[in-house]
Design a protein around this ligand. Sequence first.
Ligand code: COI
Length: 355
Amino acid sequence: MYEIKITEVAQRKEKPSDESKLGFGKLFSDHMLLINYHKDRGWFDPRVVPYGNLSLDPACSVLHYGQEIFEGAKCYRTDKGFNLFRIRDNFERMNRSAARMGMAQIPVELCLESLMALLSVDKEWTPHRTGTSLYIRPTMIATDAALGVSAAENYLFYILLSPSGAYYAGGLAPVAIYVEDSLVRAVRGGVGFAKTGGNYAASILAGAKAKHEGYAQVLWLDGVEQRYIEEVGSMNMMFVYEDRKIVTPMLNGSILPGITRDSVLTLAGHMGYEVEEKRIAIEDVMADAASGKLTEAFGTGTAAVVSPVNKIAYKDQAVHVGDGSIGRITQQLYDTLTGIQYGKLDDPFGWITSF
Ligand code: COI
């Protein structure tokens, strides 16, 4: 048991009255959790404090060299209380990201107890409306005030809570995506598998380009041959073949090992679908969509859960996937996963922490 000090805010904020207008990651709860680290002292002073600005030295290493990692998880309101989904997996992944970024490891139990302390004062920020949740954003930043490029000796770990609705304004409406064939998001041996801000920064220009061309998301290709599919937007990509087989890019070091990705693959196998993780060449996807062998396509991530795709544009060719509406298997996977998350369905995999 860690001792986590709680200082409650004097005046609580008004909670949003219209939960249909929450959007994603725009509002924050009354408190946040902070823990400091120094290499000689380890993690110290875990505390829940009123939500507010951080005070950082302008030379702070995260601001210059991007030594930063984060996670995304959700707390769901259920009929009986609250559910967290695979939360331990998030903190374990955070430590794998920390290792790659040369940052400090943080005990998973400390993360879990700290989160529970924060939720003990702010769980009522979890919205009620179907499809909404309290998005949890654990973050770690390097805080040395020094301009040399090396692993920092000081870190700050913090957790924010944000009552959120759908990540994409269109919700589950299928979107058109555009295959980026010059810019790349990550390369093998780099930091693609780590949940670090730089990967998302690297995606912003192509995302803007896609929007300008009328597409919702970018489909990323590998950084070496620019031929094999990696991710879609900030999500993992799944393809359904002949209404019975789920195929996704295999993890290769430049793809984020998504917790929703893993959950969807596990559920699909459990439902009796064939599941395959492999290298997927873009020209095969285009040909299989054109021939009708590719029956559904969708992205997966914590924020959006699933995001169906109905059109893929690559160079000067565009193909349609399915009949334009969400695919049957995509919908089935979405309903089952969210059913478990909201406590409406049994949890045969031990994914849920209820409180
Ligand atoms: C997710 O889909 O959960 C993500 O990681 C997206 C996030 C950067 C908002």
